[in-house]
Design a protein around this ligand. Structure first.
Ligand SMILES: Cc1cc2nc3c(=O)[nH]c(=O)nc-3n(C[C@H](O)[C@H](O)[C@H](O)COP(=O)(O)OP(=O)(O)OC[C@H]3O[C@@H](n4cnc5c(N)ncnc54)[C@H](O)[C@@H]3O)c2cc1C
Length: 321
């Protein structure tokens, strides 16, 4: 019997979305970890995404919007509510601006912008996941991040569609207003580019892609970096004094440096492995469980805290804990 029969009835009649019950979230996360969601609404149309969330909110059923699931650690017990997945992926060009639905693969946006001779996203080639997830976490790489391109974000605040400016989004390093307003749903974003030679942009992207694929083999079950890097300005002076100056890049100390000092590379719990070549990369090396993943993360955090007196902070988002 369904846990939320009335909600199930309403969601199952929505056009532009498919309703699944008791779905293993492991199938929807790059970690391939996570117990079942009571229901999963897979919406391909914006109207279905909005109506679906209205239904679950009105019924007071817990819900969560996900994209590509590449930055999630989902509990082995799953999620006792409705997971809404959005894959609307229309992309509209207006001169040097692209308006992109949040369910588009970030890589599609990268590829499209390069093909159209638009500079700005090429360094983000190879970051998996959807555009909505990239806006949510202000994803970035190679010295650039999503916030540099976003001029506005259309979002649903639970009662109406609103348009936020870049400033309204309160972007910071792997931060945005959406991390503090988890009830807000990103529908689409408008990105502003400059023009450039398409072939040159493609070469830049290919070089970055080769480096990334060596670090994160495409089949690796992981979430990229587990921990955020540390902004020097937020670290205690006595900690900064211990960091060799050549380790600091763009005002940040890679969290991997701290992890290296406490010798976590190669650690393993169950099927969860810390890469031997990169301390900030934990991956599922078989049939990993989130309990082992979380326990390994706690162990790493405790070691850093004991040695340096501060906590490294997760970049990944937890679901169902
Ligand atoms: C191999 C690998 C390499 C990576 N490299 C990088 C990197 O270089 N730089 C980087 O920044 N990240 C990196 N990541 C992390 C991840 O790819 C990014 O954070 C990505 O932007 C997440 O997008 P997603 O669609 O998968 O989001 P999900 O994992 O599905 O969700 C992440 C969070 O966003 C929220 N969210 C998603 N969509 C919406 C929406 N429409 N409205 C509101 N909230 C939403 C979810 O609720 C969740 O809290 C890497 C991950 C992997 C696996």
């Amino acid at each position: 019997m369904s846990l939320f029969p009335e909600v199930k009835n309403q969601l199952s009649t929505l056009g532009g979305a498919e309703l699944l019950e008791n779905v293993p979230l492991a199938n929807y996360t790059r970690f391939s970890i996570g117990g079942p969601a009571a229901m999963l609404l897979d919406a391909t149309e914006e109207a279905a995404l909005i109506r679906g969330t209205e239904i679950v909110r009105t019924a007071n059923v817990p819900y969560l919007v996900i994209g590509g699931g590449t930055n999630l650690i989902v509990s082995d017990d799953g999620f006792h509510g409705v997971v809404v997945r959005y894959s609307g992926r229309r992309l509209l060009q207006d001169s040097t601006t692209l308006e992109i639905e949040s369910g588009a693969l970030l890589q599609s946006a990268v590829d499209e912008s390069i093909a159209r001779g638009l500079r700005g996203l090429e360094t983000m080639t190879g970051i998996p996941g959807f555009l909505g997830g990239a806006v949510y976490g202000n994803a970035g790489a190679y010295g650039h991040s999503t916030q540099e391109l976003v001029t506005s974000v259309r979002m649903f605040d639970g009662s109406k569609i609103r348009v936020l400016t870049n400033e309204d989004c309160r972007f910071g390093y792997r931060e945005s207003v959406f991390k503090t307003r988890k009830d807000w749903i990103i529908l689409s974003a408008r990105l502003q580019f400059t023009t450039a030679d398409s072939a040159q942009l493609a070469r830049t992207a290919q070089e970055i892609r080769a480096i990334r694929d060596a670090k994160y083999p495409p089949a690796m079950k992981c979430a990229g970096s587990i921990f955020k890097n540390l902004l020097v300005r937020n670290l205690p002076a006595e900690v900064v004094a211990q960091v060799p100056p050549n380790v600091i890049r763009e005002g940040k100390v890679p969290s991997a440096w701290f992890l290296d000092q406490v010798e976590v590379k190669g650690m393993r719990k169950g099927d969860i492995q810390i890469a031997t070549y990169h301390a900030n990369l934990l991956y599922n090396d078989g049939h990993g469980k989130s309990s082992d993943l979380v326990s390994l993360i706690q162990e790493v955090k405790a070691r850093v805290c004991e040695r340096f007196g501060f906590q490294v902070e997760e970049e990944v988002q937890y679901v169902g804990f």
